[in-house]
Design a protein around this ligand. Structure first.
Ligand code: PXL
Length: 278
């Protein structure tokens, strides 16, 4: 039977991220992607596109989700990303509790910032609300900046020692008691590491690849969408992490040759057909 993922994220009309990335990636793995938009924006809020317009969709979300509840639709996974306000995060927390059963995979990408800084429009209250949401997740996927914001452990959002990474994972394991994936850590110069902790098993693994270029916007959304879809496909978690990583890195390598992609997003499209690997 085809699996169904509920993706709770914004629609940034231009600047590939959030739902415009989640939909094609989840579909390519073979799952149905049902969407619940948190906001409608002209572009993402990071630099590069100047003043954007943004429409908060919390009221519409509630009406849409009420309809889903009336239909009694079952979701194999719920995957959340960009959340506009603390109130919206609290609503999503309640919704996850209502819609998820014991077998529903809950993935929370705690989208808060990058390169050591909070995204525009976010403050301490957003961090507190996202922390609460992390407690209902089976998997959380912060980048290094987000891991620091969630734990209060300082970093520049790029560099961290090996011991520092262990410390961060331990601190995050008090927020999410299942699986933690921290992306984009430069432990050694010229390399980027993804750190994974299976809290229940007490196991940690690091996946290190050469650093390709400066950051390309939307990379985190590409990775989290691929990881959610691949893990739901039945692969082991470790394999899903590696496949999602290599898919994302192929797309980033492609983007590195394209000057526009810093803000227009990751060129993932031509890699979709190979997303499951061999
Ligand atoms: O890629 C994360 C993201 C998602 N959605 C919006 C954003 C960002 C990061 O800047 O602005 C609207």
């Amino acid at each position: 039977m085809q699996k169904r993922i509920l993706a709770i994220n914004d629609i940034s009309c231009m600047g590939k991220c959030s739902l415009t990335v989640a939909l094609p990636i989840i579909s390519s793995v073979g799952h149905e992607c049902v969407i619940l938009p948190t906001a409608l924006l002209s572009t993402h809020t990071a630099q590069g596109f100047g003043d954007f317009v943004s429409f908060n969709m919390t009221d519409q979300m509630k009406q849409i989700a009420d309809h889903f509840e009336r239909l009694d639709t079952r979701f194999d996974a719920i995957y959340s990303g960009y959340i506009v306000s603390p109130d919206q995060a609290d609503y999503i927390y309640e919704l996850v509790n209502k819609l998820a059963d014991n077998d529903t995979l809950v993935v929370v990408d705690p989208v808060l910032g990058d390169n050591g800084r909070l995204y525009r429009g976010f403050a301490e209250k957003n961090i507190t609300a996202i922390k609460r949401l992390c407690s209902v997740a089976d998997v959380i996927t912060p980048n290094l900046t987000e891991a620091s914001l969630l734990t209060g452990i300082e970093s520049d959002g790029v560099h961290m020692t090996r011991e520092g990474v262990d410390h961060l994972l331990d601190a995050l394991s008090t927020l999410c008691k299942k699986k933690i994936v921290i992306t984009g850590i430069e432990i050694n110069d010229g390399e980027l590491t993804t750190a994974v902790m299976d809290v229940e098993r007490g196991e940690t693994a690091l996946y290190t690849r050469p650093k390709i270029s400066g950051s390309v916007h939307g990379s985190g959304d590409v990775f989290a969408s691929a990881l959610t879809a691949l893990y739901l496909d039945g692969t082991s978690f470790d394999t899903a992490v590696e496949k999602a990583l290599d898919f994302t890195l192929s797309a980033i390598a492609d983007s590195a040759e394209d000057d526009d992609s810093r803000w227009y997003g990751v060129n993932f499209e031509k890699y979709l057909s190979g997303i499951k690997g061999i």
